[in-house]
Design a protein around this ligand. Structure first.
Ligand code: ATP
Length: 347
C-alpha cells in the first residue's frame, strides 16, 4: 500500500462467541502502517481473541479482516506473514540463539549465506552479539524475549503481534524493555499490535491505544486522548488512579449540583494548599482533612478526606510539608461526572 495514512490493518464488525459469551462484539478498528498499537483492557475483555482472529488462529463468526488492503478471512495463519511474540518466550529449548532466530528462514529454504547474514543482522539489532551459541536456559528473561523478537522479525513479516510480551519479566527489566521495544519498532518500522493489561505500558509505548471492555471497543486514540478525554464512564474510571465520589455535589459553583452522579477525580487534577498559604485561585473548591502522608520519589502523596471519601493528591517536593490531621484547601482543575445509566461523560 502506497499511502501511509490508509489503514494497513482493518477489522470490520468482527463477532466471536464462545459458549454464549461474546468475546468480540462488533469489533471494528483500523491501524495505520508502521504504528505501534496497544490493545488495552481488563482481563477477559477480548484482547487476545482479537489478536488470535487477526493472526488466523481463530475464525470470526462474522466480520471482515484486511491486512495491507487484502481480505485475509480465508487465508490460513501460516500464509498471513505475521510475526508473533508471546509472554512465555516460546523459544525452542534445545536450539541455540542462532538456530532459534534462523528457524523461519530455514523453513523458507534460504541459502546458508543468506541465513547467516540475516541472523547476525538481527542479533545486532536486538543487542545480543556474543550470545549466539547460548541456549535459552542460559539467558535472562529479558534476553529470551529479545531473541523471541529477533525470531519473529527474521522472515520480515508485514505485521507483528505481541501478546503480553513482558508479562513474565520483573518490573525493572520490564521498564527497560518497554523503551527498547519502542526504539526497535521505530527502527524496523513494522506495524505492531501488542496486548497488555498494564495501562502504564500502553501509555508509555503505544502510538495509539485501543481499549477493550466486555468484548467491545470502548475508545481508540493516542495515549493523551484516551487518558485526557475519556468518552465513556468506563474510560473515565479505567485509566489512572481515580477516586470515585458518589452523589457528588460541588460547592462554590464551579461544578454545579450534580445529584445522582459519580465524580471521577484524578490525583493529577488536584492542587493542595495549606490554609495559611497564598491561594492563587479565586475560590476554594473543596476543603479536606489530611489523613495520611507518604513520601514518594517526587513529592508527598496525601490521602485527604473530602465528603467522607478519601481522595489521593500529590504535592511536589520543595513545597512546605503538610502533616497528618491538617485541614487543607483543594483545587480541582478537572473533574469527570459520570452517570452509569447514560453513555456519556461530562467534563
Ligand atoms: P486476559 O487479559 O485475561 O488474557 P483478554 O482480554 O485477552 O483477557 P480473551 O482471552 O480474549 O480476553 O477472552 C475473552 C473471553 O472469551 C473470556 O471470557 C474467555 O474466557 C473467553 N474465551 C477465550 N477463548 C476461549 C475459548 N477458546 N473457549 C472458550 N472461551 C474462550
Amino acid at each position: 500500500m502506497q499511502d501511509n495514512k490508509k489503514a494497513y490493518v482493518e477489522l470490520k464488525h468482527i463477532n466471536k462467541t464462545f459458549n454464549d459469551y461474546k468475546a468480540s462484539d462488533d469489533v471494528s478498528f483500523s491501524v495505520e502502517k508502521g504504528k505501534l498499537i496497544g490493545l488495552l483492557g481488563p482481563s477477559g475483555s477480548g484482547k487476545t481473541t482479537i489478536l488470535r482472529i487477526l493472526a488466523g488462529l481463530e475464525n470470526a463468526d462474522s466480520g471482515e479482516i484486511y491486512i495491507d488492503g487484502k481480505q485475509v478471512n480465508n487465508i490460513p495463519a501460516s500464509k498471513r506473514e505475521i510475526g508473533f511474540v508471546f509472554q512465555n518466550y516460546a523459544l525452542f529449548r534445545y536450539k541455540t540463539v542462532y538456530d532459534n532466530i534462523a528457524f523461519g528462514l530455514k523453513i523458507q529454504k534460504k541459502s546458508r549465506a543468506e541465513i547467516k547474514e540475516r541472523v547476525y543482522e538481527l542479533i545486532e539489532l536486538v543487542g545480543l552479539r556474543g550470545f549466539e551459541k547460548r541456549y535459552p536456559t542460559q539467558l535472562s528473561g529479558g534476553q529470551r524475549q529479545r531473541v523471541a523478537f529477533a525470531r519473529a522479525l527474521a522472515t520480515q513479516p508485514h505485521l507483528l503481534l505481541l501478546d503480553e510480551p513482558f508479562a513474565a519479566i520483573d518490573a525493572k527489566v520490564r521498564k527497560e524493555l518497554r523503551s527498547w521495544l519502542r526504539e526497535l519498532i521505530n527502527r524496523v518500522g513494522i506495524t505492531s499490535i501488542f496486548v497488555t493489561h498494564d495501562q502504564d505500558e500502553a501509555i508509555e509505548v503505544a502510538d495509539q491505544i485501543i481499549v477493550t471492555n466486555k468484548g467491545r471497543i470502548e475508545q481508540v486514540g493516542t495515549p493523551v486522548e484516551v487518558y485526557g478525554n475519556p468518552k465513556t464512564p468506563f474510560m473515565a474510571q479505567f485509566l489512572g488512579e481515580p477516586v470515585l465520589i458518589k452523589d457528588y455535589v460541588s460547592f462554590n459553583g464551579f461544578h454545579s449540583a450534580s445529584d445522582g452522579k459519580t465524580a471521577v477525580i484524578r490525583p493529577e487534577f488536584i492542587t493542595v494548599r495549606k490554609k495559611n498559604e497564598f491561594n492563587p485561585y479565586p475560590v476554594t473548591t473543596e476543603e479536606g482533612v489530611v489523613e495520611g502522608v507518604s513520601f514518594r520519589g517526587n513529592g508527598l502523596e496525601l490521602r485527604i478526606r473530602v465528603h467522607n471519601e478519601i481522595v489521593i493528591a500529590n504535592r511536589p517536593i520543595g513545597q512546605e510539608l503538610i502533616e497528618e490531621g491538617e485541614s487543607v484547601n483543594l483545587f480541582l482543575h478537572k473533574i469527570y461526572l459520570v452517570d452509569d445509566d447514560k453513555d456519556e461523560v461530562d467534563v
